[in-house]
Design a protein around this ligand. Structure first.
Ligand code: FES
Length: 130
């Protein structure tokens, strides 16, 4: 794919985010902000038998933060907690496949930070954390 096609894919996720919304009875719910701009991602996860059974997000922010979260959730649904813990920022950059400035890297990683911290909170405090 060319850079242009990757950009089109990002804009498609930004305009039509997948897994958008919030779960009614999540196992864990977590919000993260980008300290540089205040943009936010709220994620709710349903975890069963060590796997993500369902996951949704809401948020506001730039196209990169919202699209990367949409793409991340699409590939995270159904994965085990261990698989999520092994995701790296390089996985996110590879998924986006466009050149990012350091500021835009923070945007791109907001979803991954939210997801990983939601898992940490779940493991530390158990079920029904908000
Ligand atoms: Fe705020 Fe990108 S400018 S997350």
């Amino acid at each position: 794919m060319t850079n242009e096609i990757y950009m089109e894919n990002i804009m498609d996720h930004y305009k039509n985010p997948r897994n958008f919304g919030s779960l009614e009875s999540p196992t864990v719910k977590h919000i993260e902000y980008n300290p540089l701009c205040g943009d936010k991602i709220e994620m709710s996860l349903l975890i069963e038998n060590g796997k993500i059974k369902d996951i949704k997000f809401k948020g506001n922010g730039c196209s990169i933060s919202q699209a990367s979260t949409s793409m991340l959730l699409e590939m995270s649904n159904g994965k085990s907690i261990d698989e999520i813990k092994n995701l790296t920022k390089e996985d996110v950059f590879e998924m986006l496949s466009i050149n990012l400035s350091p500021v835009r890297m923070k945007c791109a990683l907001l979803g991954l930070d939210t997801l990983k911290n939601a898992i940490l909170i779940h493991e530390k405090y158990g079920e029904k954390n908000e």
